[in-house]
Design a protein. Structure first.
Length: 165
């Protein structure tokens, strides 16, 4: 059992055998700054720039890693950001989630346990657009039984840096 397997044992999480300790170290550095030059990462890790570039490309191709710019929607003029808890009909969960994920306003959609079957994050220009989204688009998706909407007043923390397991 390697060090990563030992760290994650008993936590219900698994890491693909195809993600090495070097890959994790590269991911951690890119999470801290997605624009960090490969030459700098290579120097920090004691490997070649070509190795960092190749491993990063492979991680992206396999869907393990995405390098994106994350913006605060409220600072871009989207005045209504909301988290929406959704209850679904029996047997409709996966299909309902897929249909909701296709809506333009939806930026996050997860199937979950607890009081709601789905949690959805939606971004809208203003209150009228949020109302239209809720009443004319979301609630008309087959399988949606009820919704509970939590409107964001301020985003206090938004991060995608959590380190390796």
């Amino acid at each position: 059992m390697d060090a990563v397997q030992q760290r994650t044992k008993g936590r219900g999480s698994r890491r693909s055998e195809d993600v090495s300790e070097l890959d994790l170290a590269i991911i951690e550095r890119l999470q801290a700054d997605g624009r960090r030059p490969f030459t700098q990462i290579a120097a920090e890790l004691g490997v070649s720039e070509a190795a960092v570039r190749a491993r990063t490309s492979r991680l992206i191709e396999r869907g393990v890693l995405q390098i994106v710019g994350v913006a605060d929607p409220m600072k871009l003029g989207y005045d209504q950001v909301a988290l929406i808890g959704i209850r679904c009909g029996a047997g409709d969960l996966v299909e309902t989630a897929a249909a909701i994920a296709e809506l333009d306003e939806v930026i996050y959609c997860v199937i979950t346990t607890g009081a709601h079957d789905l949690l959805v994050e939606a971004v809208c220009r203003d209150s009228e657009a949020l109302l239209t989204f809720l009443s004319e688009r979301l609630r008309r998706v087959p399988g949606v039984l009820s919704t509970e909407t939590f409107v964001y007043l301020r985003i206090v923390k938004q991060t995608y840096h959590w380190g390796s397991p």
